[in-house]
Design a protein around this ligand. Structure first.
Ligand code: GDP
Ligand code: IMO
Ligand code: MG
Length: 423
């Protein structure tokens, strides 16, 4: 398929990095369409885990073009550090990385005010990277984009106006007092010079590539249930993480997308605050957390753990128009005697027809459970469908039937080779 979107079908950390890395072998361009350094996408190279934050997860494949779209928010110093780290590992990156001039910048004042906002009531449990306030400026039309670095005076003046407003809104944030537009610009100077040769017209480049018959993979960050519109609002991130955000975030039309692949774990995790109906009690969660090494790739926070939420997955299938599912981390369930799934919800004793995405409504839902007997056998070495234990296959085939989306492959380990193709 010429243009494929890979989207998280849960609350992020589904294993998108591993899947994009695997699929990147068969495409020419990999482009990130939203989010920023809140993302942590793990890929494995020669047995070593590399965590990518903004650089697309196709970067391990030499020669593949890696693009960062207009929908992404960028902390330039962090991006430069990420690229340097990859180059220190022997990967050639700079020459094949491109970034849209319309990508918004995350500036020091965004992080400072986010820290203040998160220390009070109503905290979202963010990654602390300044994401929400950078997107807030974008929506308010007060944001600064990569292209604004070409006009240093205008940049400094706009940053001063933003600082002025933030000082009034957050009088308690001392860090703002020491900031100025000129100072922010000065701190960025080296990074601005570094990034200049990477700036390119991502939209035009992807359109040209598709016209020439080349293949493009659009990589999502976060997941459907963290999507600003369709997630468990307000406990979401501030961008369009779902598949519809993909064409928007790189500047192509929606009909240019041929295929949408949703990535889901065989169970569920969530980082940060907000409702999580299929969450396990902590004693059970601790076992799954250790088995699945469920600690945040960006912040190191322990992830909240729960069973697969089929109601939420069906919702993700609908919102994204999923053509296929990839199920990851099946191996993590190998030792469990029982595997539970939330098959639907009840509210006030009555079954619900559809997933209520708003946090307030979701908090009032109680899951209805189905229990499967575990397969109690190692799956890590499976490579063909028939290698999987019968009860694991039954579990997976039940998921695809219930979601009405075919499972394309199953991941049974963190390494690239640990994959079971459906066919
Ligand atoms: P992403 O944000 O969606 O890219 O996912 P993360 O990288 O944050 O988290 C997924 C974690 O699970 C990473 O540590 C991966 O190396 C690991 N992982 C991915 N697929 C599998 C799998 O099938 N089995 C196991 N055991 N680990 C996996
Ligand atoms: P990847 O791409 C999991 C969560 C945060 C918080 C909420 C808002 O690795 O799947 P933000 O910093 O975005 O304003 O935080 O979203 N969150 C993620 N959770 N994986 C991620 O990215 C996430 N990015 C943000 O924990 O609940
Ligand atoms: Mg992650």
């Amino acid at each position: 398929m010429p243009c494929t979107v890979v989207v998280g079908a849960q609350w992020g950390d589904e294993g998108k990095g591993k899947i994009v890395d695997a699929l990147a072998a068969g495409v020419d361009i990999v482009a990130r369409y939203q989010g920023g350094p809140n993302a942590g996408h793990s890929v494995i190279r020669n047995g070593t885990t590399i965590v990518l934050h903004v650089v697309p997860s196709g970067v391990l494949h030499p020669g593949k073009r890696c693009l960062i779209g207009n929908g992404v928010v960028v902390n330039l110093a962090a991006l430069r550090e990420e690229v340097r780290h990859l180059e220190a590992l022997g990967l050639e990156v700079g020459g094949r990385l491109g970034i849209s001039p319309a990508a918004h910048l995350i500036l020091p004042y965004h992080r400072a005010v986010e820290a203040a906002a998160e220390s009070g009531p109503g905290a979202i449990g963010t990654t602390g990277r300044g994401i929400g306030f950078a997107y807030r400026d974008k929506a308010a039309r007060t944001g600064l984009r990569l292209s604004d670095l070409d006009d240093p005076e205008g940049f400094a003046a706009a940053a001063d106006r933003n600082l002025e407003r933030l000082r009034r809104e957050f009088p308690g944030v001392e860090a703002l007092a020491g900031m100025s537009g000129a100072g922010v610009l000065g701190e960025l100077a080296e990074c601005a010079a570094w990034v200049k040769p990477l700036v390119c017209d991502v939209s035009a480049e992807i359109a040209r590539a598709l016209k020439a018959g080349r293949r493009v993979l659009l990589e999502g960050a976060q997941g459907t249930l963290l999507d600003l519109d369709h997630g468990t609002y307000p406990y979401v991130t501030s961008s369009a993480a779902s598949a519809a955000g993909a064409p928007l975030g790189v500047g192509i039309g929606p009909r240019a997308v041929d295929r949408v692949i949703g990535v889901t774990k065989a169970y569920a995790t969530r980082v940060g605050n907000g409702p999580f109906p299929s969450e396990m009690p902590e004693t059970e969660a601790a076992r799954l957390r250790e088995a699945g090494e469920e600690y945040g790739a960006t912040t190191g926070r322990p992830r909240r753990c729960g069973w697969l939420d089929l109601e939420a997955l069906r919702y993700a299938a609908r919102v994204n128009g999923l053509d296929a599912l990839i199920v990851t981390k099946l191996d993590v369930l190998d030792d469990f005697e029982e595997i539970r799934v939330a098959v639907g919800y009840e509210r006030d004793g009555r079954p619900l027809e559809e997933f209520p995405s708003g946090a307030r409504a979701l908090e009032r839902c109680r899951p209805v459970w189905k229990t499967f007997r575990g397969w109690k056998a190692p799956t890590g070495a499976a490579r063909r469908w028939s290698d999987l234990p019968a009860r694991a296959r039954e579990y997976l085939e039940w998921i695809e039937r219930e979601c009405e989306v075919p499972i394309e492959s199953v991941s049974v380990g963190a390494g690239r080779e640990a994959a079971v193709s459906r066919t």
